[in-house]
Write a protein that binds this ligand. Structure first.
Ligand SMILES: C[S@@+](CC[C@H](N)C(=O)[O-])C[C@H]1O[C@@H](n2cnc3c(N)ncnc32)[C@H](O)[C@@H]1O
Length: 269
């Protein structure tokens, strides 16, 4: 059953089909893109599925590293249209749909990945059960989840939260993620009943520093709740953000900003 949060996500990403990968590609982890850094954790694989694959940016990186059979599923069909145009994804099996109901055969993949998407999903136990079903024995499940803002992005949330809280209920962005997906202990609790080993846990910081305007754009692209604000509220928030981050601004005009991203990797026992 499609949830209100899924309707929002499908609509948001249909309207902004390149937003997620443009945001991710702005960031650097030790000088590398977040997709490259995540792909290092996945390792070499032959048959791979991406849950919430967006516009295929991660799948393209994994295709370039030699994965032969690539598949992805996402709520947003417009993002999949972008993915199909990427070099390396011409033959990829890209399906519009829900990760809770995977249209793939039992044991079809050696690895399942999910980059900044599992944390948004409702009924995550069902997603985990479906993942275990489509993985072969010993299959890898690699998950990247957000771990909170740093510097200007932390300040942004402090300034924005009171505004998000007063958005009228009928305009509020619906959410449905399970908080257990954001912690090591929570993921182990969700994954163990489906037969997965305890996760390996890797913490990374994504550097999103830049000039004020660019960091403001990053804030707008990072938080779905921004979609509920009108022009006046956005302008007011931008001014408040500018004032609140002034003490952080370096003499060269660069505003430090980042997000923590946690990567969990496990195997089906
Ligand atoms: C923040 S974006 C990340 C996209 C992509 N993984 C990336 O890192 O570029 C989250 C994606 O998860 C997808 N998504 C959320 N819930 C989903 C679900 N239940 N089934 C399939 N896709 C889902 C959204 O449509 C969106 O494309």
């Amino acid at each position: 059953m499609t949830t209100p949060a899924e309707v929002f996500l499908r609509d948001y990403h249909d309207r902004n089909p390149a937003a997620a990968s443009e945001l991710a590609e702005r960031g650097r982890v030790g000088g590398r893109t977040v997709y490259e850094a995540f792909a290092d954790r996945v390792g070499p694989v032959r048959r791979l599925l991406d849950l919430g694959c967006g516009d295929g940016a991660l799948l393209a990186v994994l295709a370039a590293r030699g994965a032969e059979k690539l598949a992805g599923i996402d709520l947003s069909a417009r993002q999949l249209d972008v993915a199909r145009r990427r070099p390396g994804l011409k033959k990829a099996d890209l399906r519009p749909g829900r990760a809770q109901e995977l249209p793939f055969a039992d044991g079809a993949f050696d690895a399942v990945v999910s980059h900044m998407a599992l944390m948004l999903m409702a009924d995550v136990k069902q997603v985990v059960a479906e993942t275990a079903r489509v993985l072969g024995p010993g299959g890898t499940f690699a998950i990247a989840v957000g771990g909170g803002g740093i510097d200007a992005l932390e300040v942004f949330l402090k300034v924005a939260r009171p505004l998000f809280a007063v958005v009228p209920p009928e305009r509020r962005v619906p959410t449905s993620g399970d908080p257990r997906t954001r912690t090591r202990e929570g993921l182990d609790e969700l994954l163990a009943p489906a037969g997965f080993a305890p996760v390996e846990w890797h913490e990374a910081v994504v550097d999103l520093s830049g000039p004020l305007d660019r960091v403001w754009q990053t804030c707008q692209d990072t938080y779905y709740q921004m979609d509920a604000l009108d022009e006046t509220q956005l302008a007011g928030l931008q001014t408040a953000f500018k004032v609140a981050t002034r003490p952080l601004l370096a003499p060269d005009g660069i505003l430090p900003a980042g997000v923590r991203v946690n990567v969990a990797v496990t195997r089906l026992k």
